[in-house]
Design a protein around this ligand. Structure first.
Ligand SMILES: [Fe+2]
Length: 274
Protein backbone atom coordinates (compact mmCIF):
# COMPACT_ATOMS: atom_id res chain seq x y z
CA UNK A 1 0.00 0.00 0.00
CA UNK A 2 0.90 3.63 -0.47
CA UNK A 3 2.71 4.53 2.76
CA UNK A 4 3.53 1.17 4.36
CA UNK A 5 7.23 1.66 4.88
CA UNK A 6 7.19 5.05 6.59
CA UNK A 7 8.29 5.65 10.16
CA UNK A 8 6.21 7.96 12.35
CA UNK A 9 8.85 10.72 12.17
CA UNK A 10 8.49 10.65 8.40
CA UNK A 11 4.77 11.37 8.83
CA UNK A 12 4.57 13.75 11.82
CA UNK A 13 6.83 16.78 12.30
CA UNK A 14 8.27 15.67 15.64
CA UNK A 15 10.83 18.47 15.71
CA UNK A 16 8.08 21.08 15.92
CA UNK A 17 5.76 18.84 17.97
CA UNK A 18 7.82 16.62 20.34
CA UNK A 19 4.78 14.70 21.52
CA UNK A 20 6.82 11.52 21.88
CA UNK A 21 9.05 13.19 24.51
CA UNK A 22 6.93 14.12 27.56
CA UNK A 23 10.09 14.87 29.53
CA UNK A 24 10.93 17.78 27.18
CA UNK A 25 10.23 21.38 28.24
CA UNK A 26 8.74 21.98 24.77
CA UNK A 27 6.20 19.22 25.39
CA UNK A 28 4.96 21.07 28.47
CA UNK A 29 4.92 24.39 26.61
CA UNK A 30 2.81 22.84 23.85
CA UNK A 31 0.40 21.39 26.41
CA UNK A 32 0.04 24.72 28.18
CA UNK A 33 -0.51 26.54 24.92
CA UNK A 34 -3.11 23.98 23.90
CA UNK A 35 -5.02 24.08 27.18
CA UNK A 36 -5.12 27.86 27.15
CA UNK A 37 -6.26 27.96 23.55
CA UNK A 38 -9.04 25.41 24.17
CA UNK A 39 -10.17 27.27 27.24
CA UNK A 40 -10.25 30.67 25.55
CA UNK A 41 -11.30 29.88 22.01
CA UNK A 42 -12.51 26.23 22.04
CA UNK A 43 -9.92 25.39 19.40
CA UNK A 44 -6.26 24.41 19.36
CA UNK A 45 -4.53 24.25 15.99
CA UNK A 46 -1.24 22.49 15.36
CA UNK A 47 -0.21 23.88 11.97
CA UNK A 48 1.76 21.57 9.69
CA UNK A 49 1.55 18.72 12.16
CA UNK A 50 2.07 16.34 9.24
CA UNK A 51 5.14 16.52 7.01
CA UNK A 52 4.12 18.41 3.85
CA UNK A 53 5.36 15.69 1.48
CA UNK A 54 3.08 13.04 3.00
CA UNK A 55 -0.15 15.05 3.01
CA UNK A 56 -1.08 14.81 -0.71
CA UNK A 57 -0.41 11.06 -0.59
CA UNK A 58 -2.74 10.62 2.37
CA UNK A 59 -5.39 12.73 0.64
CA UNK A 60 -5.07 10.74 -2.59
CA UNK A 61 -5.42 7.46 -0.73
CA UNK A 62 -8.73 8.63 0.73
CA UNK A 63 -9.96 10.19 -2.49
CA UNK A 64 -9.45 6.84 -4.25
CA UNK A 65 -12.02 5.43 -1.83
CA UNK A 66 -14.64 8.03 -2.74
CA UNK A 67 -16.64 5.67 -5.04
CA UNK A 68 -17.10 3.28 -2.08
CA UNK A 69 -17.84 5.97 0.52
CA UNK A 70 -21.17 6.72 2.17
CA UNK A 71 -23.14 9.78 1.10
CA UNK A 72 -24.97 11.99 3.58
CA UNK A 73 -27.31 14.58 2.13
CA UNK A 74 -30.09 15.93 4.31
CA UNK A 75 -30.92 19.34 5.78
CA UNK A 76 -30.11 19.46 9.46
CA UNK A 77 -31.37 21.31 12.50
CA UNK A 78 -28.66 22.40 14.94
CA UNK A 79 -30.65 21.29 17.97
CA UNK A 80 -32.84 18.37 17.09
CA UNK A 81 -30.81 16.94 14.21
CA UNK A 82 -33.51 16.35 11.61
CA UNK A 83 -36.90 17.23 13.08
CA UNK A 84 -38.06 20.77 13.69
CA UNK A 85 -39.33 21.72 17.08
CA UNK A 86 -42.81 23.15 16.66
CA UNK A 87 -43.13 24.73 20.09
CA UNK A 88 -40.91 27.57 18.87
CA UNK A 89 -41.74 30.31 16.31
CA UNK A 90 -41.03 29.27 12.73
CA UNK A 91 -38.03 31.63 12.33
CA UNK A 92 -36.53 30.74 15.70
CA UNK A 93 -33.00 29.21 15.58
CA UNK A 94 -34.48 25.99 16.92
CA UNK A 95 -36.61 25.62 13.83
CA UNK A 96 -34.15 26.55 11.09
CA UNK A 97 -32.79 23.82 8.87
CA UNK A 98 -29.33 23.98 7.33
CA UNK A 99 -28.17 22.16 4.21
CA UNK A 100 -25.76 19.34 4.88
CA UNK A 101 -24.02 17.17 2.26
CA UNK A 102 -20.76 15.25 2.13
CA UNK A 103 -19.23 11.82 1.60
CA UNK A 104 -17.63 9.82 4.35
CA UNK A 105 -14.94 7.15 4.04
CA UNK A 106 -15.41 4.65 6.87
CA UNK A 107 -12.88 3.00 9.13
CA UNK A 108 -13.15 -0.48 7.60
CA UNK A 109 -12.55 1.00 4.13
CA UNK A 110 -9.24 2.63 5.06
CA UNK A 111 -6.27 0.30 4.45
CA UNK A 112 -4.73 -1.23 7.56
CA UNK A 113 -1.27 -0.09 6.49
CA UNK A 114 -2.17 3.51 5.62
CA UNK A 115 -0.10 6.33 7.10
CA UNK A 116 -3.31 7.84 8.44
CA UNK A 117 -4.07 4.75 10.50
CA UNK A 118 -0.46 4.73 11.67
CA UNK A 119 -0.93 8.24 13.08
CA UNK A 120 -4.25 7.28 14.72
CA UNK A 121 -2.75 4.20 16.35
CA UNK A 122 0.41 5.93 17.51
CA UNK A 123 0.13 5.77 21.31
CA UNK A 124 2.13 8.95 22.13
CA UNK A 125 -0.49 10.96 20.21
CA UNK A 126 -3.35 9.38 22.19
CA UNK A 127 -1.41 10.06 25.42
CA UNK A 128 -0.78 13.69 24.44
CA UNK A 129 -4.43 14.31 23.57
CA UNK A 130 -5.56 12.68 26.83
CA UNK A 131 -3.33 14.98 28.89
CA UNK A 132 -4.30 17.99 26.77
CA UNK A 133 -7.98 17.37 27.40
CA UNK A 134 -7.40 16.60 31.08
CA UNK A 135 -8.98 13.13 31.00
CA UNK A 136 -7.94 10.33 33.36
CA UNK A 137 -8.68 7.73 30.74
CA UNK A 138 -8.84 8.12 26.99
CA UNK A 139 -9.12 5.38 24.39
CA UNK A 140 -9.31 5.04 20.66
CA UNK A 141 -12.77 3.97 19.61
CA UNK A 142 -13.30 0.35 18.52
CA UNK A 143 -16.01 1.30 16.02
CA UNK A 144 -15.47 -0.55 12.71
CA UNK A 145 -17.21 2.33 10.93
CA UNK A 146 -16.22 5.55 12.69
CA UNK A 147 -13.14 5.08 14.89
CA UNK A 148 -11.14 6.49 12.00
CA UNK A 149 -12.96 8.15 9.14
CA UNK A 150 -12.71 10.94 6.60
CA UNK A 151 -15.17 13.49 5.30
CA UNK A 152 -14.86 14.34 1.63
CA UNK A 153 -16.74 17.38 0.37
CA UNK A 154 -17.03 18.19 -3.33
CA UNK A 155 -18.43 21.26 -5.09
CA UNK A 156 -21.56 22.49 -3.29
CA UNK A 157 -21.10 20.16 -0.31
CA UNK A 158 -21.38 21.76 3.09
CA UNK A 159 -21.78 20.96 6.76
CA UNK A 160 -24.60 23.11 8.18
CA UNK A 161 -24.62 24.91 11.53
CA UNK A 162 -24.57 22.51 14.46
CA UNK A 163 -23.15 21.60 17.85
CA UNK A 164 -21.26 18.35 18.36
CA UNK A 165 -22.69 15.68 20.62
CA UNK A 166 -19.20 14.73 21.83
CA UNK A 167 -16.91 17.04 23.84
CA UNK A 168 -13.89 17.24 21.56
CA UNK A 169 -13.18 16.54 17.87
CA UNK A 170 -9.75 15.72 16.51
CA UNK A 171 -9.32 16.36 12.81
CA UNK A 172 -6.58 16.49 10.21
CA UNK A 173 -7.13 18.62 7.14
CA UNK A 174 -5.57 16.75 4.22
CA UNK A 175 -6.80 18.70 1.23
CA UNK A 176 -8.31 22.18 0.93
CA UNK A 177 -10.66 23.22 -1.88
CA UNK A 178 -9.90 26.04 -4.30
CA UNK A 179 -12.46 28.21 -2.52
CA UNK A 180 -15.20 27.86 0.08
CA UNK A 181 -15.15 24.92 2.48
CA UNK A 182 -14.24 27.28 5.31
CA UNK A 183 -14.67 26.24 8.90
CA UNK A 184 -16.62 28.91 10.77
CA UNK A 185 -17.49 28.88 14.45
CA UNK A 186 -18.71 30.90 17.40
CA UNK A 187 -16.71 29.88 20.49
CA UNK A 188 -18.82 29.13 23.55
CA UNK A 189 -21.86 30.84 22.10
CA UNK A 190 -23.93 28.78 24.54
CA UNK A 191 -23.13 27.55 28.01
CA UNK A 192 -24.22 24.48 29.95
CA UNK A 193 -27.15 26.50 31.29
CA UNK A 194 -27.93 29.17 28.67
CA UNK A 195 -28.67 28.55 24.98
CA UNK A 196 -28.26 32.23 24.08
CA UNK A 197 -30.66 32.05 21.12
CA UNK A 198 -30.34 35.77 20.37
CA UNK A 199 -26.63 35.44 19.67
CA UNK A 200 -27.30 32.33 17.58
CA UNK A 201 -29.91 34.21 15.53
CA UNK A 202 -27.35 37.00 14.92
CA UNK A 203 -24.77 34.42 13.91
CA UNK A 204 -27.16 32.85 11.39
CA UNK A 205 -28.07 36.27 10.01
CA UNK A 206 -24.52 37.57 9.64
CA UNK A 207 -21.82 34.92 10.01
CA UNK A 208 -19.22 37.21 8.43
CA UNK A 209 -19.57 39.47 11.42
CA UNK A 210 -20.16 36.99 14.21
CA UNK A 211 -18.17 33.84 13.32
CA UNK A 212 -14.46 33.17 13.56
CA UNK A 213 -12.86 31.78 10.46
CA UNK A 214 -9.53 30.20 11.48
CA UNK A 215 -7.15 29.61 8.62
CA UNK A 216 -6.47 25.93 8.15
CA UNK A 217 -4.00 24.39 5.76
CA UNK A 218 -3.47 20.78 4.68
CA UNK A 219 -1.40 18.94 7.26
CA UNK A 220 -2.84 20.85 10.24
CA UNK A 221 -4.19 18.98 13.25
CA UNK A 222 -7.12 20.68 14.95
CA UNK A 223 -8.54 19.97 18.38
CA UNK A 224 -12.00 21.51 18.68
CA UNK A 225 -14.57 21.67 21.45
CA UNK A 226 -17.82 21.77 19.51
CA UNK A 227 -20.42 20.98 22.15
CA UNK A 228 -20.94 24.63 23.16
CA UNK A 229 -19.51 26.31 20.05
CA UNK A 230 -21.85 26.51 17.04
CA UNK A 231 -19.96 25.70 13.84
CA UNK A 232 -20.29 24.85 10.16
CA UNK A 233 -18.28 24.33 6.97
CA UNK A 234 -19.29 26.65 4.13
CA UNK A 235 -20.07 25.17 0.68
CA UNK A 236 -17.06 23.94 -1.26
CA UNK A 237 -16.35 25.75 -4.52
CA UNK A 238 -14.34 24.39 -7.42
CA UNK A 239 -13.16 20.98 -8.50
CA UNK A 240 -10.72 20.20 -5.71
CA UNK A 241 -12.41 18.43 -2.81
CA UNK A 242 -12.07 19.23 0.87
CA UNK A 243 -10.74 16.17 2.71
CA UNK A 244 -10.64 15.92 6.50
CA UNK A 245 -9.68 12.87 8.54
CA UNK A 246 -11.39 12.38 11.90
CA UNK A 247 -10.01 10.49 14.91
CA UNK A 248 -12.53 9.19 17.41
CA UNK A 249 -11.70 8.61 21.08
CA UNK A 250 -13.70 7.99 24.21
CA UNK A 251 -13.10 8.07 27.94
CA UNK A 252 -14.25 4.45 28.07
CA UNK A 253 -12.48 1.59 26.29
CA UNK A 254 -14.13 -0.51 23.58
CA UNK A 255 -16.75 2.00 22.44
CA UNK A 256 -18.71 1.78 19.19
CA UNK A 257 -21.52 3.97 17.81
CA UNK A 258 -25.24 3.31 18.14
CA UNK A 259 -26.52 0.76 15.66
CA UNK A 260 -29.24 3.12 14.31
CA UNK A 261 -26.52 5.58 13.32
CA UNK A 262 -24.44 2.87 11.65
CA UNK A 263 -27.51 1.74 9.70
CA UNK A 264 -28.01 5.32 8.55
CA UNK A 265 -24.40 5.41 7.34
CA UNK A 266 -24.85 2.09 5.57
CA UNK A 267 -27.90 3.37 3.76
CA UNK A 268 -25.66 5.95 2.12
CA UNK A 269 -23.20 3.36 0.77
CA UNK A 270 -23.27 2.85 -3.01
CA UNK A 271 -26.06 0.47 -3.97
CA UNK A 272 -27.88 0.93 -0.64
CA UNK A 273 -29.46 4.32 -1.22
CA UNK A 274 -33.23 4.37 -0.67
FE1 LIG B 1 -19.17 19.27 14.17
Amino acid sequence: MVCAHLSIEQIIDLESYPIDRPEHAEYRVLLERGRESLEQSALFALPQFLRPEIVPRMAAELEQLLPRSTRYECPRNAYTYVETDNDWPREHPRNLMHPCAYNQVLNFQIPNDSALRQVYYWQPLTDFLRILCGYDSFHRSDCPHLALSAKIAGAGDTDGWHYDSNDVVFSLLLQAPEAGGRFEYAPFIRSETEENYEAVASLYRDPRRHARRPSMAPGDLTVFKGDLSMHRVTPVEGERRRIVALFCYDRNPGTTFDQWYIEELEQGLPGNAV
